[in-house]
Structures are given as structure tokens and as C-alpha cells.
Design a protein around this ligand. Structure first.
Ligand SMILES: [Fe+2]
Length: 404
């Protein structure tokens, strides 16, 4: 039933907002009635009892219908208010700042969170350029971002620093989408999230990774120095192999991180020679079969020393596999083809080229050309084709020179 008390309530915007509006409605209803009454019989007493009953019936039905419509209006009103409350919770109190910009970058609307982030009252933000709140050094980033999303009409993300009165600049991520408003003009709806904590964590992580990288580099360098101090005839060999393998990996378009791993492993790939008697390593005569078999243990020994160290690259495995050959004729495991890690195949080619090109205790240097011929002739059988091609390209096509 109708709750009559609700008529004329201030918040009842559908029916009336006060007694003045009620009176106006009443006058309008009376006018309509008077116009309609012109067509009604003037003498109601002339109506038959049946006609009177019908008229009363019609009026009662009409009244019930009006009451039902009124109840429906009240229900819609309550739903509208609930929807407004939900909108307030979801939009204004959202954990992210929301704002709408026009094509010139002026703020059309913001939620409470965005106003709090910018440290300005919401009403004072309307018609303000968003760039007013962006750190000058980051304004170009935002201009490019704005140009891009209006040009491409596709969602865009950027990270910039925001200025807030009395506080240090802080980082935000802006996710923007372009839509058309009711007049078909482009507007940008954007979400702004404070990512200062994330940026600080990223920076701490970057510094920590950089520190780890330097510490690992220094450790690898210390191992290389120990090996070369004990084995002066191969002094510089590891360093030269490391630079060549790095250049080959770069030529093969390997990611920078994998290239770093190859350079690190190459710099200590003969570490296992520490377990081989010094007099065998420095023996100027041709090696006996027994001596050679002792030298061959260096791949496994190097692996055994390194396997417990957690490098971010498969360093121990590269050291273990640097004498493996594509056809299975290498050592220590006799691996075939892709059973050998790509990094190890690159290291193997660099090792052969440097070894043949340089002086050895038991022979003079053979020279670079025979070394390149060796890998060219055995490409695909002993040596990885891609690694050989890269090595030949950098020496013959790009003028690569062995360091030292
Ligand atoms: Fe070796």
C-alpha cells in the first residue's frame, strides 16, 4: 500500500520535493479532470444502478492500479539509491585513483582516491591539466603516452612520478583507455595506482642483482687467476676463449644473460687442470697416451669443483661439456648433437680456435687460418654448424681480433 507519509519528502525526487510541488501537481490533476469531465454525463442521478456500479468499479480498479504504480516507483527509487551507494563504494572509495580526461588532457572527473593521491580537493581538480601534477622530468613520458592512446585508441600504460604539495614525488602507474562520450568526442578513462613501494623494491632488487653479478665476476676472476698461475703455458687462454665465445654468442643473437653465462664459464673452463700434475701441463715434449688421458680428466674435475656453486647459468655443465663433439667422439661423456648444451658447443669451437692459433708447451702456434680451416672442415660433424658460422663471420667478415 501507499505510504502517504512519503509524499512530499525532500528526498522523493520522483513524485514531489515539497508541499509546493504537491500543490502544483494537484492543480494540474484538477485541470485535467475538468477537461475530461466535459464528456461525462452531467446528471449522475440519471445513471442506472448498473452504470453507477460499473463507474464505482472502474474507479476502484483505477485507484488500485495507481497505488501499484506508486509502489513500483518507490521500489525503483530504493534501487536507484542502493545503486548510487554501490557506485560510491566502487568508484569513489576504490583502492585505485580513477580520472577522466578530455583530448586536451584536462581533468573532467576524478574519484576521491585520485583526489587524495594528488593531495587536492576533488572540486579543485576539474578543468585542471593533469600535467600540473606530473614531475617536469616525466612530462614528456606522459605527453607521448597521451598522444599514443588518442592516436591508436588502444589501452596504454605508463609509469611517471607525481608531485604532491609538501611531500616527495611518488611513482604511479597509469592505465588509460580511450572511449567516446555522449557527444562522440574522445575522452580518456584512466586508473592511477601508487607504485612507489614496487619501484623501491625493484631498485633494491636491481642493486642486489648488480652486487651479486660483481661478486660472481670477482669469484670467477679469482678462480681464473689461480688456474693460470699454476699453468703459465695456458696463461691468457681462458681469457681469450671467454672473449671469443662472448663475441660468437652475440653474433648468434643469444640473449645478453646467456651470453654473460658463456663468458663466465669460458673464463674458467680449464679450472679442472688444477688436478693435473704441473709437470704434465708444462711438459714441452709430445704427451704420452697416459699423460693425455690424465689431462682429459680436467673436464670432469672442473665440473666436480663447480657443481655445488649456484651460478645463475649452467657454468658447471659448460665446463664438463667443452670437449664434447657433435658426432659423439668427444669426452668425457661422448654426448651427441643437441645432448650437448648450445653454450657448451659455442665454448668448444672458441676453445679449439684459440688453442690452435696459440703457442702450446709441446708445439708452436699453428696460426689462425689453420684453426678456422679446422672448424670449417668439421662443421656439423665435430662442431656445431651455427657456432662455426658465427665464428667464421666474426673473423672473416667483421674483422674480429683475438684479445691479448
Ligand atoms: Fe679444456
Amino acid at each position: 500500500m501507499i505510504d502517504e507519509k512519503q509524499f512530499g519528502r525532500e528526498e522523493n525526487g520522483i513524485l514531489s520535493k515539497g508541499s509546493e510541488q504537491t500543490d502544483t501537481l494537484r492543480r494540474r490533476a484538477e485541470d485535467i479532470f475538468l477537461r475530461k469531465a466535459a464528456g461525462m454525463p452531467k446528471d449522475l442521478e440519471a445513471l442506472s444502478p448498473e452504470e453507477v456500479r460499473q463507474l464505482v468499479y472502474d474507479l476502484q480498479v483505477y485507484q488500485i492500479e495507481l497505488e501499484m504504480q506508486n509502489e513500483e516507483l518507490h521500489r525503483s527509487q530504493r534501487e536507484l539509491e542502493a545503486s548510487r551507494a554501490r557506485y560510491f563504494d566502487l568508484y569513489d572509495l576504490a583502492p585505485a585513483g580513477y580520472f577522466t580526461l578530455n583530448e586536451s588532457g584536462l581533468i573532467l572527473e576524478v574519484n576521491l582516491t585520485a583526489a587524495t593521491l594528488l593531495g587536492v580537493a576533488r572540486s579543485a581538480l576539474v578543468k585542471q591539466p593533469l600535467t600540473r601534477f606530473i614531475l617536469p622530468a616525466d612530462q614528456d613520458i606522459f605527453y607521448r603516452h597521451r598522444k599514443l592512446f588518442f592516436e591508436t585508441e588502444s589501452p596504454q600504460v605508463c609509469e611517471i612520478r607525481i608531485l604532491r604539495a609538501g611531500a616527495a614525488p611518488f611513482w604511479v602507474r597509469i592505465d588509460a583507455t580511450v572511449v567516446r562520450d555522449v557527444d562522440s568526442a574522445f575522452i580518456c578513462r584512466a586508473m592511477m595506482v601508487d607504485i612507489t613501494d614496487l619501484k623501491q623494491s625493484e631498485e633494491a632488487l636491481r642493486k642486489s642483482a648488480e652486487w651479486m653479478r660483481r661478486a660472481l665476476g670477482a669469484t670467477v676472476q679469482a678462480i681464473a687467476v689461480i688456474v693460470e698461475t699454476r699453468d703459465p703455458y695456458t696463461a691468457g687462454h681462458q681469457k681469450k676463449v671467454a672473449d671469443l665465445a662472448r663475441a660468437m654468442a652475440t653474433e648468434m643473437n643469444l640473449p645478453a644473460n646467456r651470453t654473460d653465462g658463456i663468458r663466465m664459464a669460458s673464463a674458467i673452463h680449464d679450472l679442472g687442470k688444477i688436478s693435473v700434475p704441473a709437470e704434465i701441463l708444462s711438459n714441452p715434449k709430445k704427451l704420452t697416451a697416459l699423460e693425455f688421458s690424465l689431462i682429459k680428466t680436467h673436464a670432469q674435475s672442473g665440473y666436480d669443483i663447480l657443481k655445488g656453486i649456484e651460478f645463475p647459468w649452467p657454468v658447471a655443465r659448460m665446463v664438463l661439456e667443452h670437449h664434447e663433439r657433435m658426432d659423439g667422439s668427444g669426452y668425457p661423456q661422448g654426448l651427441i648433437g643437441e645432448e650437448i648444451l648450445l653454450e657448451s658447443r659455442i665454448l668448444a669451437v672458441a676453445d679449439v680456435v684459440e688453442s690452435m692459433a696459440s703457442h702450446r708447451p709441446y708445439r708452436p702456434a699453428l696460426g689462425l687460418d689453420p684453426a678456422l680451416k679446422e672448424i670449417e672442415n668439421n662443421k656439423g660433424t665435430l662442431y656445431d654448424s651455427g657456432a662455426v658460422d658465427a665464428c667464421l663471420r666474426i673473423f672473416r667478415g667483421k674483422g674480429y681480433k683475438m684479445i691479448g
